[in-house]
Design a protein around this ligand. Structure first.
Ligand SMILES: [Zn+2]
Length: 435
C-alpha cells in the first residue's frame, strides 16, 4: 500500500501529539526569572535540553565587548557578561546536495522587569495557565516563540525526519537592552541562509522595524543652590519638568506625517519617546540637586543612531533654553544601551514566499506583511550580515506590562508553521533506520 500521509501532515500530527509537553516546556522556561544579567541559568537549562533531548551539537558564545565594540550594531552595555553566554545548537544537514538551504531559528531569553509586581493578578514567574491563555513575565515576549521554534524541530524529529540542510537554533541574551548577544554570535560566524525570529507580533511576517536609542539625562543644580535665608534654589525635579516637556514636543515633531517613511505612514504615532526612569530627591524638606532621567526613543529606518541621539540632544537644549537657569547649566547626556538602527527587508526574498506557503498550509489563509514599531535583533542579519530575516510569532497582549499573556492556540499554530517552513526551506528526509 502506498503512503497516503505526507511528511507535512505527519509532522503537524507530531506537533499535536507533543502539545501538552510543549506547554509544560514553556512553563518551565517561563519560571526562570531571566531578566537582563540573569539569563545564565536558563541558558544552561536550554544547552542541556538541546544536547540531551534533541541530540544537537551545542556551542556557547560569550560576549566579549572588546571584540564587538567596534562593529556596527554594537550598543554600550552596563552589564557583566560573565556566565550568560549565547547558546547555539546545530543539526548539520546530512544530505547537503538536496538543494535545501541552511536555516536559523533565533529567540531571546531575557525578559523585562516584572515590576511593579503587586500590580499583577498572578505571580509573574508562575506561568499560570488559565483557559486558553498563559500568564507571566516573558510568556509572550518571547518564551512562547522560543518554545515554538524548539518544538517545531522536536516534532520533525519525533515524526522520524531530519533537516537535509544545516539547521540551527540560537537562544540569545540582552535583546531588550542592546542586542549584543546576537552581535557576538553572528560575529563568531553562527549564521545561515535565512533567519526566523518568533517575536510575538502575530502570524504576519515583518518587513520593516524601527530602531531604538537610549539616553541618560543628568540635571545637576548643586552649583546654584542658594544659601540665602529662604533656602530656595534651583530644584532639580522642577528643571527635569522642562526636559520632559521638550521630550513630549520632540515626540509630536517626529510623528508628524511629513517625517514618516512610507512603511510607517499608516501609523498615528510610530515613534515612541518615553521617559523610562526618573531618579531624584531623598527627603521631603531637602531641595533635590540632582535628577537623572533614562529615556528611550524609536528612530526610523535609515537613521544613524548617533545622529538620532544628536537630534534629540539638540532638541532638548533648544527647547529648554527659555529657562534662564537651564540655559546657563544645561543638562548633560550619556549614551548607554540601545544604539540600534531600524531596518526594511526586501519582500521579494524567497524567505517570504516560503513562509507564506507554510502559513497558508497550516491556517488555510493568506498572510499579509507588517511593519512593526519596535526594535528586534533581526536588524543584525538584515543590515550587517546580508541575511534575509523576518519576525513571525504567537499573539497575546500586555507585553512589558503587568498581566502579560499569550494565546496558547497561536503558539500551536506558529509551531506548525515553523515546522512546515523548515521542511520547505531546508528539505527533510527520513532519519536512518526509520521506515
Ligand atoms: Zn522580544
Amino acid at each position: 500500500m502506498t503512503e497516503t500521509i505526507n511528511p507535512s501532515q505527519k509532522i503537524s500530527a507530531s506537533v499535536d501529539k507533543l502539545w501538552e509537553e510543549e506547554i509544560e516546556f514553556l512553563q518551565t522556561i517561563a519560571r526562570f526569572p531571566s531578566t537582563i544579567e540573569y539569563e545564565g541559568s536558563l541558558q544552561l537549562y536550554l544547552k542541556n535540553f538541546f544536547q540531551n533531548e534533541l541530540q544537537m551539537d551545542v556551542e556557547t558564545v560569550d560576549v566579549d565587548e572588546k571584540e564587538i565594540s567596534s562593529l556596527p550594531g554594537y550598543s554600550p552595555s552596563e552589564w557583566s557578561y560573565a556566565g550568560r553566554p549565547v547558546v547555539v545548537a546545530k543539526a548539520p544537514g546530512s544530505s547537503r546536495d538536496s538543494g535545501g538551504k541552511s536555516l536559523l531559528f533565533q529567540g531571546h531569553v531575557d525578559v523585562v522587569s516584572p515590576e511593579p509586581k503587586h500590580k499583577w493578578s498572578v505571580d509573574p514567574w508562575g506561568a499560570h495557565r488559565i483557559g486558553d491563555r498563559m500568564y507571566g513575565r516573558g510568556v509572550l515576549d518571547m518564551k512562547s516563540g522560543v518554545a515554538a521554534m524548539i518544538y517545531a524541530y522536536k516534532a520533525i524529529q519525533d515524526a522520524g525526519y531530519e533537516p537535509s540542510a544545516d539547521f540551527s537554533i540560537k537562544t540569545v541574551i540582552e535583546e531588550e537592552a542592546t542586542g549584543n548577544g546576537t552581535l557576538a554570535a553572528a560575529n563568531a560566524g553562527h549564521l545561515a541562509d535565512a533567519v526566523l525570529i518568533p517575536e510575538p507580533f502575530g502570524q504576519c511576517p515583518s518587513t520593516a522595524q524601527l530602531g531604538s536609542i537610549w539616553l541618560r539625562i543628568h540635571i545637576d543644580t548643586s552649583s546654584n543652590l542658594k544659601s540665602d535665608q529662604t533656602g530656595v534654589g534651583a530644584n532639580a525635579i522642577e528643571k527635569a519638568q522642562s526636559v520632559i516637556e521638550a521630550l513630549q514636543s520632540y515626540r509630536e515633531y517626529v510623528n508628524r506625517d511629513e517625517q514618516k517613511p512610507p512603511e510607517f505612514a499608516h501609523m498615528t504615532e510610530p515613534i515612541d519617546v518615553e521617559v523610562g526612569t526618573m531618579h531624584s530627591g531623598d527627603f521631603a524638606s531637602n531641595i533635590p540637586v540632582e535628577a537623572t532621567l533614562e529615556v528611550r526613543s524609536a528612530i526610523y529606518p535609515g537613521k544613524d543612531p548617533a545622529e538620532g541621539k544628536q537630534d534629540l540632544i539638540d532638541w532638548i537644549l533648544d527647547k529648554t533654553k527659555d529657562d534662564e537657569w537651564l540655559r546657563e547649566y544645561p543638562p548633560s547626556f550619556e549614551s548607554f544601551g540601545f544604539h540600534a538602527e531600524g531596518m526594511v527587508m526586501p519582500e521579494e526574498d524567497p524567505l517570504f514566499a516560503k513562509l507564506d506557503e507554510a502559513h497558508e498550509m497550516v491556517t488555510g489563509k493568506q498572510c499579509g506583511r507588517q511593519a512593526i514599531p519596535v526594535t528586534t535583533d533581526a536588524r543584525y542579519y538584515g543590515l550587517y550580515y546580508n541575511t534575509p530575516v523576518t519576525c513571525y510569532g504567537p499573539s497575546g497582549a500586555k507585553m512589558h506590562e503587568p498581566d502579560e499573556w499569550v494565546d496558547l492556540e497561536s503558539i500551536k499554530n506558529v509551531t506548525k508553521v515553523y515546522a512546515d517552513f523548515l521542511i520547505r526551506w531546508c528539505g527533510i528526509h527520513k532519519k536512518e533506520g526509520e521506515s
